[in-house]
Design a protein around this ligand. Structure first.
Ligand SMILES: [Zn+2]
Length: 300
């Protein structure tokens, strides 16, 4: 009887396991309109460098950079857990070379979501804090290779550098630099423009994962020290140095305005109503301004 019961429990567990596997596989790429799908197709940025565009964290994910060489392909970021097939098909449309390296700009699921699928055939590399964030948040695909300040991959005559300049969007942000092409991929340290649904992107300081609004401008000063002309943002179109400077200056403006209101006696409860950022074109949720308040007053 006891044995029968155990078999019953075992088979129930097996059924549950099968359901979970099916549920995992059911997570599929969303359906886009033909116009949206056209915007999401791989396109050339420079000789041997492509981007698979991403415009938001909810549907199309982050921008994926694709560096093609005669010895294989290195990609930067990989969108969502359901994006592996889409990304590999997009890469296959421009080269027969295999994807050998994957770099993560940070741990968020719209950038590093399909790490686990790439791991059997590729080396996955991220900042050590990004790996720690993946593990602490119970996400899959913790990168087996990490770095602290900078590292590089040399592949087929191309060099791809990863740099960590400090806190900003998270505490594990990497900026990927293609020095021969004078292009960088910033991850979400720099985002720009509109989501697929037409709403406007604004920066997110993820304090729960070590991000910092107040340290972010200095981190961007480090980024601007790289010798580049073109920028692939975390989300949005390929842009230039000027837009990164504007983004940094907007961040400084937000921090200065919150700081001024703190000096004028603002509280955590009323700070959002006392700081207007509409002229910056950033729709910042009240909690984002409370985060800055917390940072400036030492609450976090
Ligand atoms: Zn992010």
């Amino acid at each position: 009887m006891r044995e029968l019961k155990r078999i019953g429990v075992l088979s129930a567990l097996m059924v549950l396991g099968a359901v979970l596997v099916v549920a995992g596989r059911q997570q599929e790429r969303p359906t886009f309109t033909p116009e949206q799908e056209a915007r999401l197709q791989i396109r050339e940025v420079a000789d041997g460098l492509y981007v698979i565009p991403g415009f938001d964290g909810g549907q199309s994910g982050g921008n994926v950079a694709v560096r093609v060489t005669n010895d294989g392909v290195l990609i930067v970021d990989n969108k969502f857990a359901y994006s592996f097939d889409f990304i590999t098909e997009q890469v296959r449309s421009v080269t027969n070379q295999p994807i050998r390296y994957v770099m993560n700009t940070h741990h968020h699921g719209d950038h590093a979501g399909s790490n686990a699928d790439f791991m059997p055939a590729a080396e996955v590399i991220a900042h050590r804090n990004a790996r720690a964030n993946i593990i602490r948040n119970n996400l899959t695909g913790a990168p087996p290779i990490t770095f602290t300040h900078e590292t590089a991959v040399f592949l087929g005559g191309a060099e791809v550098q990863a740099h960590h300049f400090g806190r900003g969007h998270t505490n594990g942000d990497s900026v990927i630099y293609f020095p021969d092409l004078r292009v960088i991929h910033t991850g979400d340290l720099f985002i720009y423009g509109e989501r697929l649904d037409g709403t406007t992107l604004a920066p997110f300081w993820d304090l729960a994962n070590g991000g910092s609004a107040t340290e972010w401008p200095a981190t961007l000063t480090g980024v601007l020290g790289l010798d580049f002309d073109e920028v692939i943002p975390g989300h949005g179109p390929v842009l230039g140095r000027a837009e990164v400077r504007t983004f940094r200056s907007n961040l400084e403006t937000v921090i200065a305005r919150v700081a001024a209101e703190v000096r004028n006696g603002a509280t955590r409860d009323n700070i959002a109503s006392r700081v207007d950022t509409s002229d910056l074109g950033w729709p910042l949720a009240p909690v984002r301004l409370q985060d800055v308040f917390d940072e400036l007053t030492g609450a976090r």
